[in-house]
Design a binder for this molecule. Structure first.
Ligand code: FES
Length: 100
């Protein structure tokens, strides 16, 4: 990883990928998925609009808000169990996630 990738502004947040301990800067207002892809992280996705569920991952810690998404992509039970959609997630703190 390029050291410049970890330079963050005060309004940016960091996402840590728990399985690899990689850290990625997420810019203010940027979706989690956009940040991961911008940094070259290989991450599952398809629609990028909250409809397919392919970007589902588990939030281990931190605070995110999800933009509108389909219940077929992320059920209420999934959400209660801590799953989020990376394409719909905006960060409100540094976070740690796990994905398959
Ligand atoms: S990429 Fe389809 S729900 Fe996120």
């Amino acid at each position: 990883m390029n050291k410049l990738d970890l330079i963050k502004q005060p309004s940016d947040f960091l996402v840590t990928l728990a399985t690899s301990e990689q850290k990625v800067v997420v810019k203010s207002g940027e979706s989690l998925l956009s940040a991961l892809l911008r940094h070259g992280i290989i991450f599952p996705y398809s629609c990028q609009s909250g409809d397919c569920g392919k970007c589902k991952c588990k939030l281990i810690c931190g605070d995110v808000r999800l933009d509108i998404y389909s219940e077929t992509a992320l059920s209420g039970m999934d959400f209660k169990d801590g799953y989020i959609l990376a394409c719909r997630a905006k960060l409100f703190s540094d976070i740690t996630i796990v994905y398959l």
